[in-house]
Write a protein that binds this ligand. Structure first.
Ligand SMILES: C[S@@+](CC[C@H](N)C(=O)[O-])C[C@H]1O[C@@H](n2cnc3c(N)ncnc32)[C@H](O)[C@@H]1O
Length: 891
């Protein structure tokens, strides 16, 4: 995975936000937040987690502002090259700064983070922002964050992915993923080594096998021999792995999409489900010649991250509200949800696979108690091992997990054991106390603020030793539901049934997650998996009510009551005149295709649509979509439709770019119900495609997958290919594009011209100003091409190779880079802040003024700017989803 493009993302964080501002508060209006809380302090002081001598340090650290920390992101090679700029250019500069008559502490790298890619700095943000000597360093942070090469992330939050032992090709589930900082790390790991594998494959393929024909003249079906026995080589070096990132909160799932977009990974699939009931994902049936086809195959994960919702008292340094809001009930209320999520995580993991459980809470009720309760439900230590990570991440200061603890109840009384409270437990349950069975809970990792100036954090690494059948959730792990939830459950129960008590939420869930083949006993229906005390069809109403209340309580405890959704899920289906909410409830097999001639619905009819056999539901309009998005409701998700490999539009693309036959042609996809390429063509991995096609219309809520590979563009000549390569997809496809569409560049000075001048002229004598690439770009056919920037030696050479997309239009060139990225590149490569120039605009202005635009340009009739202007507008748009190519046409 190379550096994966990037628009304007996140840069504002370093300058404290752009956008409309309210009047800044005056100094006197600030009130120092109160950083004391008697119960908080009482509980941790007596818990035995700290030596007496440490206590003061612990509390004073927790009251201090958290240092800023950040990570270099993207492929290892690229991340290291950006990190070198910090080390070589800015650290010496910062070391010479004095502030308040004291030397400034330069950023330091985190010793346990691989390749020095994580850094932390103690200089307060406002000093970096306002103190003049920091200006150039701050500009570097802003522009690299904006270009997606730097990501702000809390140091402790970087730990869990590092303990997952992820290798390229693995299938990873991130159950509570938003806003996605850990997902980004997982994606990078799943792509590990990809760049060098692909380079090797390309080298070999070019030497021996230009066009799918081996040296002996026989076609080889595009398959390249495995280079090594181990490693992810089966897809010509591309990572075959997948990260499925999930969050129950739709809006937050979209934050994650935004956050991970800069990585441009075709190996990411985003879903929107409650992790306690995460549905099984079906795989296509397997046809093997040596045995009967296996029909019901479901996806199991090599690695699962359960970074669960928690009370977050370890974040008190950056979130002062923790001091005000800490009450013992927070942890108590979250315990059942956390156990359910961890049990589900273990169920979804392959035998031999790993689950990492983490929280930013220091409370054992949310930490060791959850781990112990989940292990107990999954069959004990014979089935789930707590992995000893002592030798991992050398340099990370940590404390062992607790084997003994006590619990503070909602009223603030502290209890040592379940025996003490069981007669009048209130909201406490047995599972919150230390388990009777001895477990090596000391193998869990606790990180406290004073150990290395970070936030507080908890991590447990679990290994699934064999298939499990999770025990029913017993009283020892359940707390009573809130009354409002009881009524929600009642409401669900009151839905019409088919007479046998089967048509409620449980069935809706079964529909989402159908039972799996008996080969794996744990893959019962989702509902059954979670609460197996419920016998299908015959259980008494009270038990069913308990079940429903229990599940509803999950929502309550995460403060996400989805009563409407629950009713939707339980809605009767199958009738011809049914009234459905929009989008259709999961599992409802509605035909959502819109007849080409159908009138579009009125935006205000978005909420409810009457659907009959003859009156099929209509796709919402763009206005509907926007309306929904703005109202915070879940909008309609465009379907994922894969294109036939011989689709005429794809044929045009293959021919124009002379695409190497080794590049897979069965993974191009569009996102509209017609299944036709209209604006954009996306690309996903093979596994992502199998999942999306096999689970279509099953109720699984996929909200994102695929990178935008080709975008339709206005062209100035009939035979020019209208599909330009989008920067997002460039890294994936560039190596497979034929030489006809490649321009090579070696000199930094040449690239600088292309970066500063947005539309350098090629026609007339313009090409002469483009140095080494002048003749090549003068002669190349119009349309999109790849600019290969090659590394070399010498003053004017690059230290790293990379690729960019270039558009050759009638008269000029255009590097297909948003302005923010151009500026970041100018700063990174040339250490310069240069204003960008739009010569085409100047030429147009001169023409309008009647001046002789360009004396060297005599005889050239058409000196109007190219359509490149449209392109730049598209590139600069924050969301190119919303830009319609051609909408920027000059009139
Ligand atoms: C601690 S945050 C995760 C942070 C994230 N892993 C990261 O590194 O950026 C917990 C997330 O869990 C989500 N969440 C809460 N309850 C959930 C549930 N039942 N199922 C799935 N996600 C849930 C929240 O919306 C929140 O985004």
């Amino acid at each position: 995975m190379g550096r994966r493009g990037g628009g304007k993302r996140g840069g504002d964080r370093w300058r404290g936000g752009k956008g409309p501002r309210t009047q800044p508060p005056r100094r006197a209006d600030y009130e120092e937040p109160v950083k004391t809380n008697a119960q908080f302090e009482q509980y941790y002081n007596q818990l035995g987690i700290l030596e007496d001598v440490e206590k003061e340090d612990f509390w004073s650290s927790l009251r201090r502002e958290l240092p800023n920390s950040f990570r270099f992101t993207g492929s290892k090679g690229h991340a290291i090259s950006v990190q070198k700029i910090l080390k070589e250019r800015y650290i010496p500069e910062i070391e010479s700064i004095e502030h308040n008559r004291a030397a400034v502490e330069a950023p330091t790298s985190i010793p346990w983070f691989p390749h020095q890619l994580a850094w932390q700095m103690t200089t307060p943000k406002h000093v970096v922002r306002k103190f003049a000597p920091f200006k150039s360093f701050q500009q570097f942070l802003v522009s690299e964050t904006s270009a997606g090469n730097i990501s702000r992330q809390e140091i402790v939050s970087m730990i869990p992915p590092l303990l997952m032992d992820i290798r390229s090709g693995m299938v990873v589930l991130d159950l509570c993923a938003a806003p996605g900082s850990k997902t980004a790390q997982l994606i990078e790991m799943v792509h590990g080594g990809e760049e060098s594998r692909i380079q090797k494959v390309i080298r070999d393929s070019k030497l021996h096998d230009q066009r799918g024909v081996s040296p002996d003249g026989k076609a080889n079906n595009g398959q390249i021999e495995e280079k090594e026995e181990h490693g992810d080589w089966s897809d010509q070096g591309r990572s075959t792995g997948l990260v499925v990132a999930n969050d129950v909160d739709y809006k937050r799932a979209h934050m994650l999409i935004h956050q991970t977009k800069r990585l441009n990974s075709p190996n990411l699939l985003v879903t929107n489900h409650d992790a306690t009931m995460y549905p099984s994902i079906k795989l296509p049936s397997e046809n093997r010649s040596d045995r009967k086809p296996v029909q019901n195959r479901y996806l199991k994960f090599d690695r699962v991250l359960a970074d669960v919702p928690c009370s977050g008292d370890g974040t008190a340094r950056k979130n002062a509200n923790v001091w005000k809001d800490w009450i013992p009930g927070n942890a108590i209320g979250l315990f059942p949800t956390q156990v359910r999520i961890l049990v589900r995580a273990l169920q979804m993991t392959k035998a031999g696979g790993r689950v990492v459980y983490s929280t930013c809470s220091m409370n054992p009720v949310e930490d060791e108690a959850v781990v112990a309760a989940a292990i107990e439900r999954c069959g004990g230590p014979a089935k789930v091992n707590i992995v000893d990570c002592e030798d991992q991440l050398p340099g990370l200061e940590r404390k062992p997990g607790l084997k003994a603890w006590n619990v503070m109840d909602r009223l603030g009384s502290i209890h040592d054991s379940w025996a003490q409270v069981q007669d009048d437990p209130g909201k406490l349950v047995e599972g919150m106390f230390p388990p009777e069975e001895s477990l090596p809970l000391d193998r869990c990792i606790r990180v406290y603020p004073h150990l290395q100036n970070t936030g507080g954090f908890f991590i447990a690494v679990l290994e699934k030793k064999g298939e499990i059948r999770a025990k029913p959730e017993s009283e020892s792990q359940r707390i009573e539901p809130k009354s409002s939830i009881v009524s929600a459950a009642d409401k669900i129960r009151a839905q019409p049934t088919n007479g046998s008590l089967t048509a409620t939420k449980i069935d809706a869930l079964d529909k989402i997650a159908p039972p799996q083949a008996s080969e794996d006993a744990e893959n019962l229906s989702t509902a059954a998996r979670q609460n197996q005390e419920i016998a299908p069809n015959v259980e008494p109403v009270s038990a069913r009510k308990h079940e429903l209340e229990d599940q509803a309580d999950t929502y309550m405890s995460t403060k996400r009551i989805k009563v409407r959704d629950e009713v939707d899920e339980a809605a009767p289906r199958g009738g011809e005149d049914r009234e459905v909410h929009w989008p259709p409830p999961p599992g409802a097999q509605l035909d959502v295709s819109r007849p080409e001639t159908a009138a579009l619905p009125e935006p205000d009819s978005f909420e409810k649509k009457t659907v009959t056999a003859s009156n099929k539901p209509l796709e919402p309009t763009a206005a509907d979509y926007k309306g929904k998005r703005n109202s915070g409701q879940q909008p309609f998700e465009e379907p994922f439709k894969y294109l036939a490999t011989d689709h005429p539009e794809l044929q045009t693309i293959y021919n124009f770019y002379d695409l190497n036959p080794h590049f897979p042609r069965d993974r191009f996809m569009v996102r509209n119900a017609t299944g036709q390429p209209v604006k954009a063509i996306y690309y996903t991995t093979g596994l992502a495609r199998d999942i999306l096609t096999t689970n279509e219309a099953t109720g699984l809520k996929f909200v994102h997958c695929g990178i935008k590979m080709f975008v339709k563009q206005d062209v100035q000549r009939e035979n020019t290919c209208r599909w330009r390569i989008q920067t997002d997809g460039l890294q994936v496809i560039e190596a497979w594009v034929g030489e006809e569409r490649v321009v090579r560049l070696w000199k930094k000075s040449t690239l600088k011209t292309l970066l500063v001048e947005m539309f350098p002229k090629v026609t007339g004598d313009g090409w002469k100003g483009l140095g080494e690439i002048g003749e090549r770009v003068r002669d190349i056919d119009l349309g999109c091409c790849i600019l290969r920037v090659e590394k070399g030696t010498g003053e004017d050479a690059f230290s790293e190779s990379f690729v960019l997309a270039l558009w050759r239009s009638l008269h000029s060139l255009n590097l297909m880079l948003p302005k923010e990225d151009r500026k970041a590149m100018l700063l990174r490569l040339y250490n310069e802040i240069v204003p960008l120039q739009d010569g085409s605009k100047a030429r147009l202005d001169r023409k309008r003024d009647g001046a002789n635009a360009n004396p060297q340009n005599d005889g050239e009739k058409d000196d109007a700017p190219d359509r490149g202007n449209d392109l730049q507008a598209i590139l600069d748009a924050t969301s190119d989803e919303e830009v319609i190519p051609g909408a920027h046409d000059e009139t």
